[in-house]
Design a protein around this ligand. Structure first.
Ligand SMILES: Cc1cc2nc3c(=O)[nH]c(=O)nc-3n(C[C@H](O)[C@H](O)[C@H](O)COP(=O)(O)OP(=O)(O)OC[C@H]3O[C@@H](n4cnc5c(N)ncnc54)[C@H](O)[C@@H]3O)c2cc1C
Length: 379
């Protein structure tokens, strides 16, 4: 695969990453993912292998044990896992969520967590922001923290929170008298005071409801300045969106490549099904949409690397285009595979469920309309 307009040195590095991640995927096999999905399991063995290969610290500076490989490499890692037929959600979380700590944590917090996150010894998989009443509106928090001497007392209700049962470190967004504020909870210390209830979801996302009642934490667990919580989270959004776009491109390529193979090998009515325009044209059409989304993804990656101000908008467009391409590709795969598209052994139905998780784009469209196009604010 050739990334658009990469110089030959960087192209070789990205090719090497693809080859190495593909080898790790092959080692575990595609049925590994079918099994973890069916049993709602955490992909522990796969994460261990990715840790040994050094990929978990791709976005962590070398001074804290990471490789500082950057968003281009991180995006190729998650794309290849999904393109293989795996589910990169957990590795995406482990690579990217610690970015808020890297940018806003104290030296003591960074030394406490980042080296273990880079190896995989410490799992840092969760940001708890969404609430039952306010949903997508993170400025209307009911969860709170109040000062009590040198400590804080946290009360929170959070919903749709991923991987809370498995993580060792969790960022929680609450309101304080200064405004939205982040806390970085050491789960080994606070877990007995949390109630975590699983939510049954379309895909194996380990999603939960989280209750925190009168939890006393030291000020050393506060992350960033009081009142700066939303800003601290949001400056990591361009990278998070690019990784979501890359995951979606991986999903889209999984559907596309499987469909192309099936259309050019399966025969009915005495000919290849790919000879029928009803099968052929949707495959050709979605191929163009995947490639277009990928161009936007690489444009966003380069702008992030340069610290360009347009990185936010381009990363939003990349996520929108890539998730829409994956959605369309999943439908193309259903048309191409017919009844077998719904059978577990072909993996299309499982990936179709995985790809569906990415289709919520309203907040990004709002960002594009207001910030890029100067349209009136909706809220
Ligand atoms: C698989 C999965 C994992 C998740 N993991 C986490 C996690 O780890 N941590 C976490 O904090 N959250 C997580 N979430 C929650 C996710 O961030 C929320 O679903 C999202 O913020 C929207 O909140 P809501 O579902 O309550 O929808 P609501 O806020 O009720 O909105 C419903 C719909 O209306 C749309 N909408 C609402 N207001 C507007 C508006 N002003 N303009 C246009 N459209 C609007 C929304 O886009 C959405 O499509 C996860 C969600 C999923 C599906």
């Amino acid at each position: 695969m050739t990334e658009p307009n990469e110089d030959s040195g960087r192209q070789a590095e990205l090719d090497q990453v693809r080859t190495s991640v593909r080898a790790i995927c092959n080692k575990h096999g595609i049925d590994y993912w079918r099994q973890t999905d069916a049993t709602h399991a955490y992909p522990e063995a796969f994460m261990d292998t990715m840790g040994e290969a050094g990929y978990l610290g791709a976005l962590i500076p070398g001074a804290y044990g990471g490789t500082d490989a950057g968003p281009a490499v991180a995006s190729v890692v998650v794309e290849e896992i999904n393109r293989f037929g795996g589910d990169a959600a957990v590795i995406n979380a482990q690579m990217a969520i610690c970015g808020t700590l890297t940018r806003h944590g104290t030296e003591a917090q960074k030394l406490r967590w980042l080296p273990g996150v880079a190896t995989g010894a410490s799992r840092f998989l969760t940001v708890a922001a969404t609430e039952p009443d306010s949903g997508a509106d993170m400025s209307k928090l009911a969860s709170s923290a109040r000062r009590d001497g040198d400590d804080w007392i946290i009360d929170a209700r959070k919903i749709l929170i991923s991987l809370a049962e498995y993580t060792h470190a969790m960022i929680v967004l609450v309101k304080t008298s200064e405004g939205p504020t982040l806390f970085l909870l050491d789960m080994d210390e606070v877990r007995p005071h949390l109630e975590i209830r699983p939510i049954d979801l379309i895909s194996n996302r380990h999603t939960t409801t989280l209750f925190i009642d009168d939890l006393r934490v030291p000020d050393s667990m506060r992350l960033g300045a009081p009142g700066a919580g939303l800003r601290c989270l949001m400056d990591g959004f361009p990278v998070r969106r690019v990784l979501a776009a890359a995951e979606s491109i991986g999903n889209a390529r999984f559907f596309f490549e499987r469909s192309l193979d099936h259309a050019t090998t399966r025969r009915t009515f005495g000919r290849l099904i790919g000879q029928n325009q009803g099968v052929q044209y949707p495959i050709a059409s979605v191929y163009g949409k995947i490639e277009a989304a990928d161009l936007m993804r690489w444009d966003a990656v380069r702008r992030i690397e340069k610290g360009a101000s347009e990185a936010g908008g381009r990363s939003a467009l990349a996520k929108i285009l890539a998730s829409e391409a994956a959605w369309e590709a999943s439908r193309v795969a259903l048309t191409t595979f017919g009844g077998w598209g719904l059978a577990g052994e072909y993996h299309v139905e499982r990936k179709l469920r995985d790809a569906t998780v990415f289709v919520f784009n309203n907040m990004l469209l709002s960002y594009v309309a207001e910030r890029m196009l100067g349209m009136p604010k909706a809220f």
